[in-house]
Design a protein around this ligand. Sequence first.
Ligand SMILES: [Zn+2]
Length: 135
Amino acid sequence: MVENNELRKVGLKVTLPRIKILQMLDTHEQRHMSAEDVYKALMEAGEDVGLATVYRVLTQFETAGLVRRHNFDGGHAVFELADSEHHDHMVCVDNGEIIEFYDAEIEERKKEVVRQQGYELVGHNLVLYVRKKDS
Ligand SMILES: [Zn+2]
C-alpha cells in the first residue's frame, strides 16, 4: 500500500490510525482539512479513530514533513499533504472556503523584492483574505 511506504519513508511506524488518516487526506475531496474535519470524515467512513489521536498523528505528520499546516486567520489550523506543487491560498472571510492559486508573476516578484533587500527567499506563505463579489 502506498500509505505504508510513505510512512516508512519518513521513519514513522505503520499503525492503523496513521494509515487511515493519511488515506483520508489523500482521497478526500477537500484538500485542506482541520483535525475536526479528518475526525468527522473518518467517523462517517465508519473508522473508529479518536479526535485526540487525529491531533497527535497530524502533528507527527507535520514534524515528519508529510503534511503542511496552515494557520489561517479566524479558523482552525488546516492540514494538506505536502506532496503538492507550491501554491498560495485565498481564504473566503464569509464561509472559510480555501482557494488555491499560483501566479508566476507574483512568484517572480516575491523573489525580486527579497533580492532587493539583499536576501534570498527560502520559504513563504502568502494568504489573501477574500470575499465573493456580488454580481
Ligand atoms: Zn493548499
